[in-house]
Design a binder for this molecule. Structure first.
Ligand code: ZN
Length: 322
């Protein structure tokens, strides 16, 4: 084969890869897509509205919604749920306590649904609220005229907590502290669907302030130990198990990368300077697979990793205490 032909072919292959890659990651905000019969994925508009994704799960007589979203996102998700099924929304599962996943709780309660969460979500709310609620500068939150976030109405402390009505089995899991101390997962064993909240994101959406960054890859590994065809993240597009392994790998690599910088005497100021100079990504020595998770927030994430390592405790304990 001539050199020219090799270049031409590899150019063509690169084109196919880039088209495939782009279609895989391009955001489709405010769209609803059926994942398997009776399970829909609603992509939230994170860019303009700060919304998370929602999952709609149809049971025999009712619907389960994954994540309460912000109040405006809650209303959009409720309207879309109505379009795909006439059944009432019985449960809304908060995957964790963050505003974009739980501040809509009161909206759902008012509609007659029961907000549901792993006990860690309610405990995290106690640590961080009402401070964050009061500091939120969003019209949809202020309009509720409440003094703090509404905690989930029903919690469970042993997992999996299971809802099974004979037509479908839905398992609610906790695999440990990753993104927050409350990270709940929703697993449908028959359909091999895993909804992950922000413990697994598909893209550069990892907010690490309340996290146990060192433990995060272990949670990803534990979550991945099931039969999974569809991974439905809290932010970013749906995917397969590559989203779980990629997220875990990114977390391992940013942690090891910052550890390396610390060993060579670099501090938080150095990390910020490297971020400004766009040399940080190379210095952290990421593998090509981590690309999906690297974005504008990289320096901020690396600073949090630096704090976690140098203060010898999970970053969430720096943010929220024990
Ligand atoms: Zn979050």
């Amino acid at each position: 084969m001539t050199r020219g032909r090799i270049i031409l072919l590899s150019g063509f292959a690169a084109l196919i890869v880039s088209v495939f890659f782009t279609s895989g990651i391009t955001a489709q905000p405010n769209t609803v897509q059926q994942i398997v019969p009776g399970v829909w994925f609603r992509e939230g508009d994170i860019k303009k509205e700060g919304h998370c994704n929602n999952i709609i799960i149809e049971m025999k007589d009712y619907l389960i919604i994954v994540d309460a979203n912000f109040p405006s996102g809650a209303r959009l998700a409720a309207a879309d749920a109505k379009k795909v099924s006439s059944k009432p929304i019985k449960y809304v599962f908060d995957t964790h306590h963050h505003g974009d996943h739980a501040y809509g709780n009161a909206v759902w309660t008012e509609m007659g649904a029961t907000t549901l969460a792993y006990i860690g979500v309610a405990q995290e709310m106690k640590r961080y609220e009402p401070k964050r609620w009061m500091e939120t500068n969003r019209a949809d939150v202020k309009e509720l005229k409440r003094t703090t976030a509404e905690p989930p109405k029903q919690t469970f402390d042993t997992t999996p907590f299971v809802l099974d009505d004979g037509t479908r089995r839905v398992e609610f899991h906790y695999f440990g502290w990753a993104h927050t101390r409350g990270d709940g997962f929703v697993y449908l064993p028959k359909e091999q669907v895993l909804a992950t909240g922000d413990a697994i994101a598909n893209g550069p959406f990892n907010y690490m302030a309340d996290a146990d960054i060192a433990n995060w890859p272990k949670v990803a590994d534990a979550a991945g130990k099931r039969k999974i065809k569809h991974v439905l993240p809290g932010h970013g597009r749906p995917g397969g198990t590559e989203v779980i392994t990629g997220q875990g790998k990114f977390m391992k690599e940013i942690y090891a990368g910052v550890q390396g910088l610390i060993q060579s005497g670099k501090g938080v100021d150095d990390i910020q300077k490297m971020g400004m100079a766009k040399t940080l990504e190379a210095a952290l020595k990421f593998s090509p697979q981590s690309k999906t998770w690297i974005g504008d927030g990289l320096a901020g994430q690396a600073v949090l990793v630096h704090e976690e390592i140098s203060q010898k405790k999970p970053h969430g304990e720096i943010s929220g205490g024990k």
